[in-house]
Design a binder for this molecule. Sequence first.
Ligand code: FAD
Ligand code: NAD
Length: 466
Amino acid sequence: MQYDVIVIGSGPGGYVAAIRCAQLGLKTAIIEKYNTLGGTCLNVGCIPSKALLDSSEHYHNAAHAFATHGIKLDNLAVDFGQMIKRKQEVVDANTSGIAFLMKKNKIDVHTGVGSFKDKNTIIVKQTDGEKEITAKSVIIATGSKPSSLPFLKIDKKRIITSTEALTLKEIPKHLILIGGGVIGLELGSVYARLGAKVSVIEYMDSIIPTMDKGLGRELLKVLKKLGMEFYLGHKVTGASVKGKEVTVTFDTPKGEKQELKGDYCLVAVGRVAYTDELGLDKIGITVEERGKKITVDEHLETSVKGVYAIGDVIRGAMLAHKAEDEGTFVAEILAGQKPHINYNLIPGVVYTWPEVASVGYTEEQLKEKGVKYKTGSFPFKASGRARASGDLDGFVKVLADATTDEILGVHMIGPRAADMIAEAVIAMEFRASAEDVTRASHAHPTYTEAMREACLAATENRAIHI
Ligand code: FAD
Ligand code: NAD
C-alpha cells in the first residue's frame, strides 16, 4: 500500500499529525502496536489519571468539605472497584473516539509493531504475520515509557510504575513514592485522598523542582495538610519485596541510612523515549546519547531526509499538548506551509488540588538571564469566588519586564489553575503587557479575577482587593 504519509504511534502526537495530514489532502496511514488508539495519554496517562483524580477529589470533599457546606452524609465509603471501572469506561470512550476520528478522516489504521525496512518502507509486524506499507514521508511518534533506577527491579506488583498504579485492585495502606515530580504528586494525591499513607522520597530539595520555586513551596504546604509526608533531598539506594511488604532504603542529606516499609512503591523518576522496536539503526537515524531521544532539526526532521519525529520521543517537555502541536507542525511542513511553535509558551500543569499551572520564564530563569523584572501576586484567599467555594490556598504570580511591562511568566497554584493558565498563554502569545490584561473585563465573581489582580499588582502595585 502506498501513502503520502505514514505515522508510527497513535498517541496525541501521532493521531493529531495523522488528522492534520488528512485535512491537508495527504493520503495517510497510522500504525499502532496496541489494539486501542490514543497512546500513553489516553490509555495509561493523562486521561485515566485525571479520571481517578476527579473521583478521589469527590470522595475527599464528601469526607472533609461537605459538612462545612451544610451537607451531611452517613456511611460514606469508597467503592474502589467501581472507581477503577469508571476510569476504564472514560478511557474506552476516549480511545474509541479516536478510532471514529480515524474513520471520519479516511486514515488507514494498521495494528501492529512498525519498523523501518528502508526510509520509505515500514514493516508492520502483526500477531498473524507481517505486511509492508510505503510512503513519501514518515512521522515517528512512538512516545515514551517509564524510566527506573539502575538498582531497582520493577516487578509491576509491589514495585510499580504509573501504569500499574492506575489499575490497582486495592487502596494501598502505605504507598512509598520515589520522585516528587508530576506523576508522583498526582497519583500520590489520588491515594492520599482515598486514605492511604503516602510518603514521597525526592532527590532534589523541592517538589516539582523544574517549576517556579514559589509553586513547589505552596504545593508542599497543601499536600502536607492532606497528610502526605516528604523526604526532600533524600537519595533512594534500593527497594526490595518480601511477600506483601516493600522496603525502600535511602540516604538522608547528611548521608545517614534510612528505610521505609510500605505495601506498594511507585517509581516515578521520569520517562525515557521509546524507540526500541523501530529499527532506527537500519536507516541510520541518530539518537541523542542521553535519554535515547531522536535527534531532529528545527523542522523536526531526523538525520534521514523525509523522516520526521514528534512528541515524547524527541527533545523538550514530555506533554500531550506539546506532542499535538508538533503533530500539526510536521503535517503543515509536509503540506508546504510555514508553521511555528513557541516552545517558551507551552504551559505546564500539575492536576493536584489546588492545581498548579505555569507558562513562560520562572523567576529563577529571569535572574539567571539577568533580565530586570517586576512581580505582581494575588492570593486566592482575597478572591470572592474562592471564598464562596472554600478554595483559599494558592496565588497567581505574574512576572513582567521592568521596563516594557511585557508579561514574561505566569505561575499559579489555585482552583482551576489548569484552565486559567490559557488566559496567560494567549496574552503572552500576543506579547501583552500586564496592563493590557488589567484593561480587559473579567467576569465577577470568577477565579480569573486573580489573574487580573496579579497583573494590577505588577502594574504600579494597583491591585484592588489586597
Ligand atoms: P505516546 O502517547 O506515548 O504514544 C506513542 C504510541 O506509539 C503508543 O501508543 C505506543 O504503543 C506506540 N508505539 C511505540 N512504538 C511503536 C511501534 N514500533 N509501532 C507501532 N506503535 C508504536 N501530559 C499532559 O500534557 N497532561 C497530563 O495530564 C499528562 N498526564 C500524564 C499522566 C501519566 C500517568 C503519564 C504516564 C503521562 C502523562 N502525560 C501528561 C504525558 C503524556 O501522556 C505524553 O506526553 C504524551 O502521551 C506523549 O504523546 P506521544 O504521542 O509523543 O506518545
Ligand atoms: P518528573 O521528571 O516530573 O519527576 C521525576 C522526579 O523524580 C523529579 O523531581 C526528580 O528529581 C526525581 N528523581 C529522579 N531520580 C530520583 C531518585 N533517584 N530518587 C528520588 N527522586 C528522584 O517525571 P515523572 O513524574 O515521572 O513524569 C514523567 C513525565 O510525564 C514528565 O515529563 C511529565 O511531563 C509527564 N507528565 C505530565 C503530567 C501533566 O502534565 N500533568 C502528568 C504526569 C506526567
